[in-house]
Design a binder for this molecule. Structure first.
Ligand SMILES: *[C@@H]1O[C@H](CO)[C@@H](O)[C@H](O)[C@H]1NC(C)=O
Ligand SMILES: *[C@@H]1O[C@H](CO)[C@@H](O)[C@H](O)[C@H]1NC(C)=O
Ligand SMILES: *[C@@H]1O[C@H](CO)[C@@H](O)[C@H](O)[C@H]1NC(C)=O
Ligand SMILES: *[C@@H]1O[C@H](CO)[C@@H](O)[C@H](O)[C@H]1NC(C)=O
Ligand SMILES: *[C@@H]1O[C@H](CO)[C@@H](O)[C@H](O)[C@H]1NC(C)=O
Length: 481
């Protein structure tokens, strides 16, 4: 207890620095709980603790008391129940030995029953009496030091220290009080104190073990959809800051069907990103690698290839191309067509302070449909500059994309040469009416951020930085644990 108090005092001296993310990362997602976030966590824990502590049944206490001239009497305190606790101040502070949580200045109310019996050769009849008593406790203090460690990708809580101390108790007998009874009860003071201290400590340790089990069972992967799963395995021990704790999470997308370790590798960038506002509870930093592993996963799953057969019909019949590619019409008059657009590589997304950009390399094959036969007649390679932005929707990070410049080049043709500037307009329609809406419909749901079930993000801000997106956000508790 004394060391807990010492930590408590020491931690008072170290005032919070600005809320910043130290991006010395091994994971591609870093989650930082700021001082405000820690206070939120602490309040939640204290609230849960108080709920589970009352009523608390303390084991009965039996005692033989020797009273001069009378002899030994047997006294018992039973049904000792901690009915109510009021905590006046609570505290949380990360430190080298672990996270220190202190609840102090608590007052508590305890009820109990007392009885005694007595007989001796002097007074051969049994004398006994009993009644209720109430105990007022002042200066109850609970201190806890918890180490959070990574064990096989999950978080474990280790109790380094857990103690409870009662400063002062005053016992009042309900009815029948006399100096005699009071004397008996007072003889129990020390025992009541230590019984309550032991019972409270035991209960808190039980609570921590439950929390430990809860953390241990947090999912290590979040299914996003049929195609992909986000690996949310913790990759290192949490980093204790002066007034914050940060966690490193693998954070890479992987294919749901294989669940093979993602072979996606990324560069470490050691930049420091401050959440613009110190008043946010959580900073979630997502490295480019998160987005690029998603890109690679969806590419491998064949999700970056489209057969376009449902647009403006004039674009899907050789008649519509009569003046642009005369030979096409001559060879296949009035034939239906489709366009096969395939990305040649997964788009590499890069993030800067200005947002997210990527260059898409794709081949567009023009197919002619002739009595159930598909004949590729020409292929145009396209290079499209795209930009994107992300948003928070509930606990999901969602996205939106747009396109900018594009370049076209004829790769091969069985219907003669034709000029790319002639098909620019058609490609623009394709990009605007097919490509962008399709991509945005996939990005609209986004993917879930690693947030514990029962909590919802609120007041989220997005910050673009070099190689990463940072979500600075508050959290609301929406569900019981
Ligand atoms: C024990 O004490 C509690 C709280 O004062 C009371 O509600 C309960 O009836 C008592 N139980 C017995 C067996 O006396
Ligand atoms: C706890 O607080 C409530 C309301 O603030 C008060 O009614 C009650 O008497 C307090 N109990 C103790 C044990 O101090
Ligand atoms: C998930 O991430 C952890 C930590 O980086 C890694 O050890 C594990 O292999 C990954 N799981 C899969 C299925 O890729
Ligand atoms: C579309 O084109 C790609 C190559 O550009 C090819 O691999 C794929 O088989 C084509 N798809 C269809 C349905 O023709
Ligand atoms: C969040 O993403 C998941 C996976 O894409 C999706 O199933 C869910 O509907 C999304 N939630 C919201 C609120 O859009």
């Amino acid at each position: 207890m004394a060391t807990t108090l010492l930590f408590f005092l020491l931690s008072l001296l170290s005032l919070p620095p600005t809320f910043s993310l130290q991006l010395d990362t091994h994971g591609s997602i870093s989650v930082l709980i700021s001082e405000k976030g820690l206070v939120f966590v602490k309040d939640l824990l204290v609230q849960q603790a108080l709920l589970s502590l009352t009523p608390l049944h303390v084991p009965s206490i039996k005692k033989s008391i020797n009273i001069p001239f009378i002899g030994g009497i047997e006294a018992t305190l039973s049904n000792i129940t901690l009915l109510e606790i009021n905590v006046s101040s609570t505290y949380i502070r990360p430190g080298d030995t672990g996270v220190v949580i202190v609840a102090s200045g608590a007052m508590a109310h305890i009820s109990m029953d007392w009885k005694y019996s007595y007989s001796s050769w002097l007074i051969p009849v049994d004398i006994s009496d009993g009644g209720g008593a109430s105990v007022q406790v002042d200066g109850l203090e609970v201190g806890l030091t918890l180490k959070i460690v990574n064990h096989g990708g999950s978080l474990n809580l280790i109790i380094m220290e857990c103690g409870c101390s009662l400063k002062d108790i005053s016992i009042t007998l309900d009815g029948g009080a006399s100096w005699f009874y009071q004397g008996i009860v007072n003889a129990f003071e020390e025992q009541i104190i230590s019984a309550v201290e032991t019972a409270v400590t035991k209960k808190i340790k039980q609570g921590i073990r439950k929390l430990d089990l809860f953390l241990e069972n947090l999912p290590k992967k979040i299914p996003v959809d049929d195609i992909s799963t986000l690996n949310v395995t913790f990759v290192s021990d949490p980093l204790m800051g002066q007034s914050s704790i940060s966690f490193e999470i693998n954070g890479l997308f992987m294919a749901t069907d294989k669940l093979a370790p993602s072979n996606y590798h990324f560069r470490h960038s050691q930049n420091k990103v401050s959440c613009s506002s110190a008043s946010k509870m959580l900073g979630i930093s997502l490295n480019e690698a998160v987005f690029n592993s998603a890109s690679a996963t969806y590419f491998s799953a064949g999700f970056m290839s489209w057969i376009v057969d449902k647009i403006d019909q004039s674009l899907l019949n050789t008649a519509g191309w009569r003046f642009i590619i005369p030979q096409l019409y001559k060879k296949y008059p009035n034939a239906d067509m489709n366009l096969n657009i395939s990305l040649s590589s997964p788009p590499y997304l890069s993030i800067t302070r200005d947002g997210i950009t990527t260059t898409v390399f794709a081949d567009m094959t023009i197919d002619v449909l002739n009595s159930n036969e598909i004949t590729p007649v020409a292929c145009i390679s396209m290079v499209v500059s795209c930009s994107g932005s992300v948003e928070i929707l509930k606990n999901n990070l969602t996205g939106q994309a747009g396109y900018g410049d594009f370049r076209l080049q004829l790769k091969w043709s069985k219907v003669g040469n034709f000029h790319m500037y002639l098909i620019q307009a058609a490609v623009r329609v394709l990009l605007a009416d097919v490509f962008v809406p399709y991509v945005n419909s996939r990005l609209r749901n986004g993917f879930p951020l690693p947030i514990i079930h029962g909590f919802t993000l609120s007041n989220a801000d997005i910050i673009y930085a070099d190689s990463r997106v940072v979500v600075c956000t508050d959290v609301e508790h929406t569900d019981a644990f």
